[in-house]
Design a protein. Structure first.
Length: 291
């Protein structure tokens, strides 16, 4: 069993990007500038957005964090997005999800200029991705492709089961792995909350991408020997033995599944850090495309 070490690979990618930034500076070019909008004070969202800003600082990007109160009206958020769309200094920006319930997420994502949409959530980028056109790939699926590629995990002709159909992970992952591309050419099945005979399907999988948001849902009895496991889940589970009062759990029961797996991502330190690295990669791309 090999651990797919997302922490290490993400650091490799960040070092590669930092070198590109050095070259940009030596040529007197502008360095990439990422902005992030955070609405409210949700603990997990603050952690994620801070991790993104910190990663920018580490590799030499400029970054701007725009903190808006929980009660921010939708129209004020849309104005802020419009400012970033027209601000020449900003190469790319994200709106940290989830948003407060009074804000229409669809409307917000559609307000982002597709050329600055480094999360790849705008319908234009989703459509371009599905049609094999150049686009910004959503960071988590992009990170998974990169992890599979760098560990030379064979995907061509393999049976991939994607668990979950979210717009951010499951849906794009299923599209990308079925495409003719690196870490692609797979035979993809998507399973979800209405799927019947789930275990029959997961037992046939060579590769499983678990992205359902239920902690430790996938257990050893549901997989075959030699399976490759990508665990996208990160649920905060109350844990009194921990100082912060919780631990992070994946969608996979690591103990039982790792006994059968050939490759497996840990939680934390698997897919999560790759998500951050690929957001930076997209921001670098956004800067380069603006030239
Ligand atoms: C790690 C996210 C659900 C909903 C909105 C490193 C991250 C997570 C874990 C991280 C995530 C999850 C992010 C680890 C960004 C991934 O060491 O295992 C980094 O910061 N993520 C997000 O921005 O929004 C989310 C999950």
């Amino acid at each position: 069993m090999t651990i797919l070490d997302g922490k290490k690979v993400s650091n490799d990618i960040k070092e590669e990007i930092a070198k590109d930034v050095e070259i940009m500076i030596s040529k007197g070019e502008k360095v990439p500038h990422l902005a992030a909008i955070l609405v409210g004070t949700d603990g997990a969202s603050m952690t994620y957005v801070n991790a993104k800003v910190k990663a920018c600082e580490k590799i030499g990007f400029n970054s701007t964090l725009i903190d808006l109160p929980e009660e921010t009206p939708e129209e004020v958020l849309l104005e802020k997005i419009n400012e970033l769309n027209t601000n020449e200094a900003i190469d790319g920006f994200i709106v940290q999800l989830p948003l407060p319930k009074h804000i229409d997420e669809q409307k917000v994502l559609m307000a982002v200029d597709p050329d600055k949409d480094v999360d790849g959530f705008h319908p234009t980028n989703v459509g371009r991705m599905a049609l094999d056109l150049p686009s910004f790939l959503p960071a988590t699926p992009y990170g998974i492709l990169e992890l599979l590629e760098r560990y030379e995990v064979e995907t061509s002709g393999k049976n991939v089961v994607v668990m979950g159909r979210s717009h951010i992970v499951g849906r794009p992952m299923s599209i990308l792995m079925s495409q003719k591309r690196k870490a692609g050419d797979a035979t993809v099945t998507v399973v979800h909350s209405r799927t019947k005979n789930l275990s029959e399907i997961t037992k046939g999988a060579d590769i499983i991408v678990a992205a359902i948001g239920i902690s430790e849902f996938l257990t050893g009895d549901m997989v075959k020997d030699g399976v490759v496991i990508i665990d996208v889940g990160i649920t905060r589970v109350p844990d009194e033995t921990k100082q912060r009062g919780y631990r992070l759990a994946g969608d996979v029961d690591f103990k039982s599944v790792s006994e059968k797996a050939s490759y497996i991502t840990p939680v934390p330190g698997g897919v999560g850090p790759m998500t951050i690295a690929m957001l930076l990669k997209n921001t670098l791309l956004a800067r380069e495309r603006r030239n």
